[in-house]
Design a protein around this ligand. Structure first.
Ligand SMILES: Cc1cc2nc3c(=O)[nH]c(=O)nc-3n(C[C@H](O)[C@H](O)[C@H](O)COP(=O)(O)O)c2cc1C
Length: 272
């Protein structure tokens, strides 16, 4: 079995609550980033990690973040893409359901790096019960001072909320997601301009997948170089895989990038 960076604690009873998550090392990356790092330094670690977007296209996350325009006096947004509608795919749902605070922690650190003070998790409309789990966890994070004004006395403010999706597969495409979040029909926009320049409400915006944002937590905790040691070539780190169909043990597994499909399906550690 390879290293588990995201699902290390998924079977700990009560891990969906703030207190249990915190006891298991949760929110360390927020303390580290807000107390001892600059936004630029967080970006640097993400660049060093080699993390590539987990939403499908595999675009390097650090590079995407570096494209974000920073005009004076204009808000920036981080949007988490939790629309997950690909048939047979349920890895984002699993992560949010089991360890909602991991995504919230990733949203805080990533929003800090991008200079965003308002961020949204756009979640597939059919995942209503998961939306409720997230809202409960977000309320706990506000209550404990990890969201809202002056987080941990750092001077950094962040408001985070969850928005239910429009109920169409296309709403997972980032510009359609933005249209939908603005209250319109989820039709994709012409590009350019890209969201990094003109996104939500015409402001610079980064859209990242749930798993990409969660991966920022171990990257900040252990450093980008440590993360980049796992994997193969330009595919660094770990990956969540939804395994379903004719398998002895279907489910969501965290693998180290670079193992073969054969090992995954027939190896003793995973689906067999
Ligand atoms: C039709 C279509 C559906 C998509 N659905 C999703 C989705 O459900 N979740 C997701 O993260 N990305 C989806 N994407 C990709 C997003 O447009 C975007 O590239 C992604 O959210 C970026 O995140 P990442 O850089 O972290 O991978 C979809 C793209 C297309 C064209």
């Amino acid at each position: 079995m390879g290293r588990r960076l995201l699902l290390e604690h998924d079977n700990v009873p009560g891990i969906e609550t703030f207190d249990v998550y915190r006891k298991n090392g949760g929110y360390r990356s927020v303390e580290k980033a807000l107390k001892s790092m600059s936004p630029e330094l967080v970006l640097e670690e993400v660049q060093k990690s080699g993390l590539r977007g987990r939403g499908g296209a595999g675009f390097p996350t650090g590079m995407k973040w570096s494209f974000l325009a920073k005009p004076e006096g204009v808000p920036r947004y981080l949007l988490c893409n939790a629309d997950e509608s690909e048939p047979g795919t349920f890895k984002d749902r699993y992560l949010m359901e089991k360890i909602p605070h991991l995504l919230i922690e990733g949203m805080i650190v990533s929003s800090f790096a991008l200079g965003a003070n308002t961020s949204y998790i756009y979640i597939r409309g059919e995942y209503m019960w998961v939306l409720e789990i997230l809202e409960k966890a977000i309320a706990e994070a506000y209550d404990k001072g990890f969201l809202g004004k002056n987080i941990l006395g750092s001077g950094y403010d962040l408001d985070l909320s969850v928005a239910p999706g429009g109920g169409a597969y296309i709403c997972g495409e980032e510009t359609a997601l933005i249209e939908s979040l603005e209250g319109k029909r989820g039709n994709p926009r012409m590009k350019p301009p890209f969201p990094a320049v003109k996104g939500l409400y015409g402001c610079p915006t980064v859209v990242n997948n749930v798993e990409s944002i969660a991966a920022v937590v171990p990257i900040v905790n252990d450093g980008g170089e440590e993360y980049a040691k796992i994997g193969l070539g330009k595919s660094t780190g770990t990956k969540l895989i939804s395994a379903c169909g004719n398998l002895a043990r279907p489910g969501v597994y965290e693998i180290e990038m670079g193992i073969t499909v054969e090992e995954f399906i027939y190896g003793d550690d995973y689906c067999r």
